[in-house]
Design a protein around this ligand. Structure first.
Ligand code: PLP
Length: 455
């Protein structure tokens, strides 16, 4: 691809993205395809000769687009959102254009310093005055927090090994699977993970945590790490961080807070309760790639004192040493991987282009949509609300699991909306999560109409 072809195709691609975002995708939200269908249409080997850009774009439209789930379609209400935005896309495009590796300050000074400043900006708007870095995902950030916690309690020896005393982790029975995965990867083992029971609003019970820690101490184990979730995945439950923190402090445990989804709402002054007690934790994460219009991937990871994190993750082979290591931040020391993308650029574009008030306006609309939708669920004799939505996700069900599942399948098969489900209180629960960049009240109304037609 020469410069002319790149320029011409690049303009076409931007035009296409602009239209895609402006008018929405008019086809199905989720594809009508079967496993292996695209594989059959793709050649088994790459072409021997290069192909023109027109052929690539043609195949993108014919082969790829119809088999995509359109996560940023305002009719997508599944999982949690993964929203993007025009400034975020441009920031990401420039990052791809620069093609840098932001592993160390010296490998791209502006990338590191912009990342430091963006974390300070985010901290300022959510009310957290800790250093931080951008990780790819919440899963990675939680694993990093766990490694830092183990290092603080039980530092690795010169051989890179940890002591024999068994390290125990705690989280609620509603925690995201990424916590379970982190425990597995860190070699803690399922036998040393305690799933603390949650209450009727799906929040961790503090006294049950205290009890579990006491039992482990009596067995001679080493209680080490608690993950509290602010906004659980299934139902948006909120672990009471302000009540868990004193327990963790008393026993010397590391408290990590996973606010992957809900954390974006902390930019709203009226949602200040989301941050209650977080200043007493040790690490905190949220995902601007979920609900802050910063295209995937972008996890904001804050660490009150990153010393132990760096002790656990820093490694200094000769070929990575630079003259600036003593004076500058090297984010490779905060990360599992060495190479790092320049993610701060898209975040900078988003924060500057929307401004805090622009972001707040969008989030308030999503909250309003969720409240409106929950009112319809309550008013309808055939649908039941699982619990009042405190944020943007509404959980509801019909009178039997079979009917709930059939409703969800029918909505999704229509291609006109996309919903996902979970299981809570031994029931099949339908979730509708509101949070697309181009959502309007009309989209909530259309979703409700689609549901009503099927009741
Ligand atoms: C509460 C919570 N934590 C963690 C995650 C995992 O996020 P990521 O895909 O960034 O690893 C999710 C995903 O939805 C989540 O809801």
């Amino acid at each position: 691809m020469n410069t002319d072809e790149f320029r011409r195709t690049g303009h076409q691609v931007i035009d296409w993205i602009a239209d895609y975002m402006e008018s929405g995708y008019t086809g199905r939200v989720s594809p009508d395809t079967t496993p292996g269908e695209l594989l059959k249409l793709l050649p088994e080997s790459p072409p021997r000769q290069g192909e023109p850009a027109e052929a690539l774009l043609e195949d993108f439209h014919q082969l790829i687009l119809p088999r995509m789930t359109h996560w940023n379609d305002p009719r997508f209400f599944g999982y949690f959102p993964c929203n993007h935005s025009r400034p975020g896309i441009l920031g990401d495009l420039l990052s791809a254009g620069l093609g840098v590796n932001a592993m160390s300050w010296a490998t791209s000074p502006a990338a590191t310093e912009l990342e430091i400043r963006m974390m300070q900006w985010l901290g300022r708007i959510i009310g957290l005055d800790w250093p931080g870095c951008i990780q790819d995902t919440a899963s990675t950030a939680t694993l990093c927090a766990l490694l830092a916690a183990r290092e603080r309690l039980n530092p690795m020896n010169e051989d890179g090994a940890y002591g024999k005393r068994r390290f125990v982790c705690y989280t609620s029975d509603q925690a995201h699977s990424s916590v379970l995965k982190a425990v597995r990867i860190a070699g803690v083992g399922g036998r040393y993970l305690r799933l603390i029971p949650s209450d009727s609003e799906f929040a961790m019970r503090p006294y049950a945590l205290e009890e579990a820690i006491q039992q482990d101490l009596q067995k001679g184990l080493q209680p080490g790490f608690v993950t509290a979730t602010v906004g659980t995945t299934s139902s948006t439950g909120f672990d009471p961080v302000a009540r868990l923190a004193p327990i963790c402090r008393h026993h010397g445990l590391w408290l990590h807070v996973d606010a992957a989804m809900a954390g974006s709402a902390a930019i709203l002054p009226e949602m200040g309760w989301l941050m209650e007690g977080v200043d007493q934790a040790d690490s905190y994460l949220f995902n601007p790639h979920k609900w802050l219009f910063t295209n995937f991937d972008c996890t904001a990871f804050f660490c009150r004192r990153p010393r132990h994190l760096k002790q656990a993750l820093a490694i200094q082979p000769e070929y990575l040493k630079t003259r600036h290591d003593a004076a500058a931040e090297n984010f490779r020391d905060w990360s599992l991987q060495l190479g790092r993308r320049f993610r701060a650029l898209k975040l900078w574009f988003v924060l500057r282009c929307y401004g805090v008030e622009g972001l707040q306006q969008k989030l308030r609309l999503h909250l309003k949509m969720a409240r409106w939708f929950a009112e319809q669920v309550k008013a309808c004799p055939q649908t039941s609300l699982l619990l009042e939505p405190r944020l943007n996700t509404v959980c509801f069900h019909l009178d039997s699991d079979e009917r709930s599942e059939a409703l969800l399948q029918s909505v999704n098969q229509s291609g006109q909306a996309f919903l996902t489900h979970t299981r809570l209180n031994d029931r099949y629960i339908i979730r509708a999560s509101f949070g697309q960049t181009h959502s309007r009240v009309k989209h909530a109304e259309d979703l409700w109409r689609l549901i009503e037609e099927r009741l």
